[in-house]
Design a protein around this ligand. Sequence first.
Ligand code: G6P
Length: 492
Amino acid sequence: MSDSAGGSADRQVLVASNRGPVSFSRAEDGALSMRRGGGGLVSGLAGVAAKTEDDAGPEVVWVCAALSDADREAARRAPDGRLDKAGHDTGGAGVRMLDIPAPTFQRAYNAVANSMLWFVHHLLYDTPNAPHFDARSRRDWQSYEAYNAAFADALARDAAPGARTAIQDYHLSLAPRMLRERRPDLRIAHFSHTPWAPPEYYRLLPDDIGAQVLEGILGADHAGFLTERWADAFLDCCAAVLHAKVDRHARTVTHKGHVTRVGVHGLGVDGEELRARAAEPDVAARARALREQVGDRRLIVRIDRTELSKNIVRGLAAYRELLTKYPEWRGRVVHLAFAYPSRHDLPEYREYTAAVRRMAAEIVDEFGTPDWEPLILQVNDDYPRSLAAYGMADVLLVNPIRDGMNLVAKEGPVLSERGCALVLSREAGAAAELGEDALMVNPYDVSQTAEALRRALLMPPAERAERCARLADAATALPPQRWFADQLTALD
Ligand code: G6P
């Protein structure tokens, strides 16, 4: 234990996540340049770190992994891995970037976190893609243990006595227990940003690994989830797999003498901040360019990482069915599909990106005319263009086969200028909060999704505007600062 972070128990908060608030890249002249990272978790925590500029806020030390060679170099150059102490603007938080050996990191991140655990929680294993856990998986698992131990070591070293620690997501499911073993004085929270699998599906994992993941999280005093559904599934797994004592009413799990409280903390968007960002000139410029491209046609928009769980291919199939079944929409509507590459070290993701491109090309071939481009697929990540598209959308399509929350479904209505209709998968965590005003679909049912798109296009403008305003209210009810503060309160 050290006082290197210099915080007191009540004022200091440690955050641990795989992806941190900043990332580095190397310019052509070899210099390192820093930029803000992406992903729902980063936007969730960024507001909390910014709050530290205000003296009343907690002192945040954020521990994250170096994700690339450029990150590793920046971490190595910073004194003790502390980027803020190397003069980088980390938005008010202390940031320690862990230089974990690349092979260990790759196995922990790709093979365990983004394959084994992500696939299980998003129900992505199917018969042609059934799991096959072998000696190699055990080796990957050891890397995952080493990666989690590196976080537990760093947190144990940085934390003031009794400090609060908020460990994030499936990359770090073992860290809570490891940290408790090293520092029993700390107050430890874990938060899952993903869905949680029901026990009969969770049992696809090797028995020892499935049990270790649960026991790892149960090392925390408080385990948080985005919706009741995921929290209940976690409780079910604790009962079925560990035979732990589960009190479903009080939402507690008692295992090996330790009690973990399970909480539900929905995550929404900071409406004020989002609207301010969307009012910047780069967004207006993107909006003008898009408008020129699509004319006065109606717009169906989707924005995702190209991610198997986002169900982009079935979404495109639904658009094709709309144009096939209702030819009156041909020439009158454009589908803007922004699908930004993600996790391309994994073959499943590369293949999925290719499948999205193939399907998009088929639709353009089948329906396109010299003066109408039915579908515009954009794969280069451009945040201001995404914000511009939210503003212009008549319909926003969010159809994941399963999603912890989904912030696109929340950002869209907040930025909509025309009152967009939201077509939303019932399997997204956001459905629990937005279900009444969205048009809900079963994500596997392409025909139902096509009908919902049509209904959304036909919805009278007044009804659309009313629903959209209520969606925006619901989306901003739980801003990230509040989401995080609730978790800290739960530790008190
Ligand atoms: C999900 C996870 C986050 C992750 C994000 C982006 O939202 O819950 O932990 O950071 O996806 O994924 P990536 O693998 O690019 O960090």
